[in-house]
Design a protein around this ligand. Structure first.
Ligand code: ATP
Ligand code: SF4
Ligand code: MG
Length: 395
């Protein structure tokens, strides 16, 4: 994590490119050719660099003797497609893999349509009826969620994995008081009623509204601001003591100050309840002070994953670089020091129902090579626990 971190690349990306080049020169003696799936690379996060490098050179993953933390969540080779009425498949996630460790915050970054919400809904198996999980593994607390019985899934959803949605006004029932809505979540998983339920509701609301939980409990959603509604969703999310919260664009509809308040609240609750967090956003600036690692998603593929510092200060994939260049400067000074228009990523994301061969970013990539339109690049380690799917680094 990088508390108080700001985004230096918005006005001068040349420094950034020089930084990336320096890392590559330092590592130029290492063989990049050996590629591993993202989730297997990530599993080596706690290995010392030496043993990690030896592992790649010999092509054996188990050389490393350093202790490894067991992930809370492991996603491997996840494929999800939406099926149209005519039976046409649109692959929204194509081989996504990563892990989340206990107490870790993983940021998921990507532009609109990259598959962020599909991923959020796939984890607790809450995808709409026209979506199909075609392949993959989702291991959560040692349980294979893709093979779990419906009753087991019911026990996990809301209790062990909680989801918060992008638009709180749609997630809250307009005619039920806030206290009642939080009480419903508690009653579904715990045997509480009457005064005990009310006390627990107020206790939860006090976590997110330290000042006035009683007033909030007796309010209807329309009497609350967008930021207050998001706090209510967060209270619901922590109600049953989950180990993982998946927050899908929790600040998208909020002003910058309220966004920072909500990020601060996540930080506080994460420490207090030892939560793991998957924070989904299209805004890298929000991840700077919160995420331990960042996964970059493009057209249903993980194109880069690494520590927050690696991804935000030394991005390697051309898409990550372009995404970061399109971000305004410091959060607290959005316009200061910006002399020219922000660059935008040229072109559009590909039509998932009619994908061409090769790298999915090829049509928009200034670094495109002939190979890029022939086949898809695989994940390649560019430094410890930092992996990129791009032919510039092997792939
Ligand atoms: N219910 C659905 N039926 C058909 N296609 C869908 C459905 N939901 C999403 N898609 C498609 O799946 C792809 C990924 O969508 P998704 O909503 O996961 O992206 P996202 O990254 O969350 O985007 P945003 O930032 O706009 O929320 C898109 O091409 C989208 O059009
Ligand atoms: S693989 Fe090729 S097209 Fe894709 S991001 Fe890398 S350089 Fe660009
Ligand atoms: Mg979404």
């Amino acid at each position: 994590m990088l508390p108080g971190f700001t985004l230096p690349w918005s006005t001068n990306t040349e420094d950034l490119r020089r930084g990336s080049g320096q890392i590559l020169r330092q590592l130029s003696g290492f063989p990049f050719q050996l590629s591993l799936p993202f989730e297997r690379l990530a599993a080596h996060q706690s290995c010392p660099p030496d043993s990690l490098v030896r592992t790649w050179v010999r092509g054996q993953e188990k050389v490393c003797s350093a202790p490894r933390m067991i992930p809370l969540l492991q996603v491997q080779d996840l494929h999800v497609a939406y099926i149209s009425r005519a039976g046409k498949e649109s692959p929204a996630l194509a081989g996504v893999g990563f892990d989340v460790r206990p107490g870790e915050t993983l940021g998921v970054l990507g532009e609109s349509g990259s598959g962020k919400s599909t991923l959020a809904l796939a984890l607790p198996r809450l995808l709409p009826g026209n979506a199909e999980i075609q392949k993959g593994v989702i291991l959560f607390e040692g349980q294979d969620l893709l093979r779990a019985e419906p009753r087991a899934l019911e026990r996990i959803r809301g209790a062990r994995i909680s989801l918060t949605f992008q638009e709180p006004s749609l997630a809250l029932h307009p005619t039920i008081r806030i206290g009642g809505q939080i009480g419903d979540v508690l009653a579904a998983h715990e045997s509480l009623s009457g005064g005990a339920l009310r006390r627990r509701v107020l206790q939860l609301l006090a976590e997110v509204f330290p000042g006035d939980p009683e007033r909030i409990a007796d309010s209807y959603p329309h009497q609350l601001s967008g930021g207050q509604q998001q706090r209510v969703l967060i209270a619901q999310a922590i109600a049953c003591g989950p180990s993982l919260i998946v927050a899908d664009e929790p600040t998208a509809s909020l002003d910058p100050t309220t966004q920072q308040d909500i990020i601060g609240l996540f930080r506080t609750l994460r420490e207090k309840f030892n939560l793991s967090l998957i924070l989904i956003t299209h805004n890298p600036a929000l991840l700077a002070g919160l995420a331990d690692r960042i996964l970059v998603l493009y057209a249903g593929k993980v194109v880069e994953i690494g520590s927050t510092e690696q991804v935000l200060t030394l991005p390697q994939h051309p898409y990550t670089l372009a995404l970061l260049q399109s971000v305004p400067g410091r959060l607290d000074e959005p316009a200061k020091g910006r002399k020219s228009r922000l660059p935008v990523i040229p072109g559009e994301a590909p039509n998932l129902a009619a994908l061409a061969n090769g790298c999915r970013f090829a049509a928009r990539c200034a670094d495109r090579m002939e190979l890029c339109t022939k086949r898809e690049p695989a994940a390649v380690a560019v430094s410890e626990a930092h992996a990129v799917a791009c032919f510039k680094y092997g792939g």
